[in-house]
Write a protein that binds this ligand. Sequence first.
Ligand code: SAM
Length: 290
Amino acid sequence: MILREALQSATQTLRRAGIADASVEAELLLGHVLGMSKTQLYTEPERSLASVETEHLWRLVRRRLDHEPTAYILEHCEFYGIDFFIDCHTFIPRPETELLVEKAVKLAHHIFHRGKQIVIADIGTGCGAIAVSLALALPQAKIYATDISASVLRVAGINCQRHAVNSRVELLQGNLLEPLPQPVDMIVANLPYIKSCEFRDLSPEIISFEPTIALAGGEDGLDKIQQMLEQMPGKLNCGACLLLEIGQGQGEMVTSSIKSYFPQASIELIFDLGGIERVVKVVHLSSVIN
Ligand SMILES: C[S@@+](CC[C@H](N)C(=O)[O-])C[C@H]1O[C@@H](n2cnc3c(N)ncnc32)[C@H](O)[C@@H]1O
């Protein structure tokens, strides 16, 4: 079999099974098997595949037909223009979370003096996507990245090493803010926020493969966010701020919850490109509680 035929055949098989973006997924799987970029796939269409390569491709296609996400099959994904190693223990970073990073970088530049070290906490770091992205964008930042799961933190450690930010990103295992060794200037968090009743509507890719602990936010989706707000006293420096990712329809509840803890804080809801309220930005938290 030659490359062009393998690509066509994998695309058709995925498309018939109802996999969205079948051609992109087939390119990724074949590119992975052959160690070729997308461009190389199209410049060498007549290259023949060894039988071992064909078998490898079909093993991967079968995994995808069983609804395993391509990011788990390939053991990596791209976030904020950076390549991350991931495995089955970690949540797959989503493009919408890039908005959280973008706003955090902007806010860090805006409120902190150049040259001053900023201390940031990424709560529920997963594979370290947010922490590593912030460390690369903010060379003056010291970052604590916490997660409840030890296996997830091992993956985050690999990504910190890979992007040479391990001296500035400290990984801490524990419940939300509990492991932080010092007060911080900024908290950034993409915590689990799926409501219990929404689980039945999740795709098989999510429900059967992504870790429940990374998704489940309790009855109203806000259990972890609520717990984190309760833990905040004593964890913030003067002038501290918070950036939080939320799900569709959660803006009002999260805003009123934050107001009940921090009545003088300024809260802004930021919408993503799809018009969904996605990020809650809170400034002037600490004047009230420290
Ligand atoms: C939605 S995932 C986000 C992962 C990563 N920050 C991202 O945006 O790709 C939520 C993460 O929170 C972690 N988590 C869940 N409960 C936690 C808790 N009580 N304390 C700390 N981390 C928790 C999960 O293990 C998971 O890695």
